[in-house]
Ligand binder design. Structure first.
Ligand SMILES: NC(=O)c1ccc[n+]([C@@H]2O[C@H](COP(=O)([O-])OP(=O)(O)OC[C@H]3O[C@@H](n4cnc5c(N)ncnc54)[C@H](O)[C@@H]3O)[C@@H](O)[C@H]2O)c1
Length: 280
């Protein structure tokens, strides 16, 4: 370990179980010398395994619905009290779509669900930032990160209204990043992560095919949750002090590819099978 986060204080949202990206980030942040609080919804606490993580990382859990401003205010105030000072890093690792969960397709959306998707998966990031800013809860050169997906820029079958939420999320990082950087030297970024087998990830339609496809398309292969955690740690550290207002692809190169040899080979194979099937 490199002690990259020695003396730093943080808040980590979104660790549900050991597959969660936030879970891996918490483990690595602890290894790198950080102290932090963990937060998730009451429901997630009942069904998840966050207590186990808290014990392992010597962290206190503070429940909060990230769409609720009062909860967020309490979370920041209490975290500063527990950790003994202002916060240096925040991970927003939160996403949920009821349209995806209930099988509503993009041209037959339930608009109440749609608003919830946007509130939970995008506006909550603004709420976290605004709450922190008003409480002056983040130290200079602090680093705030949210996790995004390439569907913000490109259409991927089945990602549904989460694509719109991610586009807003990335825009919030730019808009708030300007203000927070200008006034307090706090940096705000999003990381656009490869498809990953987590609880949220498994909800995406055709996730197995998608993971195989992006892996074949990416020269370095998919980035897994642990790779993502390593990258988050560097983004929280002082080694990346001048990065702000960015959406950084952490996807083995997928976002710059059009076609790869491995994907083409597989495509040709299945095309052959298709033809054979059609001939039968
Ligand atoms: N898994 C993937 O393929 C993938 C790819 C790119 C980006 N991401 C993003 O990574 C982030 C973390 O997801 P994950 O894959 O680790 O899955 P996960 O299911 O482990 O984490 C999602 C978390 O969001 C929390 N959450 C939901 N509603 C909330 C609310 N109102 N307030 C606070 N927390 C709430 C859940 O309790 C859960 O802990 C999400 O933003 C997701 O969109 C995931």
């Amino acid at each position: 370990m490199y002690n990259l986060l020695k003396g730093k204080k943080g808040i980590i949202f979104g660790a549900l179980n050991s597959k969660s990206i936030a879970w891996k980030v918490a483990e690595k942040a602890f290894e790198e010398g950080a102290t932090f609080t963990l937060s998730n919804t009451q429901v997630a606490m009942r069904f998840g395994e966050i207590n186990e993580l808290a014990e392992k990382c010597n962290a206190e859990i503070i429940p909060a619905d990230a769409t609720n401003l009062k909860d967020l205010e309490h979370l920041f105030t209490k975290s500063m009290e527990i950790l003994g000072g202002k916060i240096d890093f925040v991970l927003h690792s939160i996403g949920m779509s009821l349209n995806v969960r209930k099988g509503r397709v993009y041209d037959d959306l339930d608009y109440n669900y749609f608003l919830k998707t946007i509130d939970i998966s995008a506006l909550s990031f603004h709420k976290v930032l605004q709450t922190a800013r008003k409480l002056d809860a983040i130290n200079e050169w602090g680093s705030v990160l949210a996790l995004s997906y390439v569907a913000a820029q490109r259409t991927l079958y089945g990602y549904n209204d989460m694509a719109d939420a991610k586009a807003i999320l990335e825009s919030i990082a730019r808009s708030f990043g300007y203000i927070y950087g200008r006034d307090k030297k706090v940096r705000v970024n999003t990381i656009s992560q490869s498809p990953t087998r987590t609880t949220a990830g498994s909800g995406v339609k055709g996730i197995d095919g998608l993971i195989d496809f992006t892996d074949r398309m990416s020269p370095l292969g998919n980035a897994d949750a642990e790779d993502c955690a390593n990258f988050c740690i560097t983004m929280f550290s002082d080694l990346t002090k001048k990065i702000t207002m960015q959406n950084i692809f952490h996807d083995g190169g997928f976002s710059s590819m059009g076609m790869s040899l491995r994907a083409m080979t597989q495509y040709n194979k299945s095309f052959g099978e298709d033809v054979e099937m059609n001939l039968e």
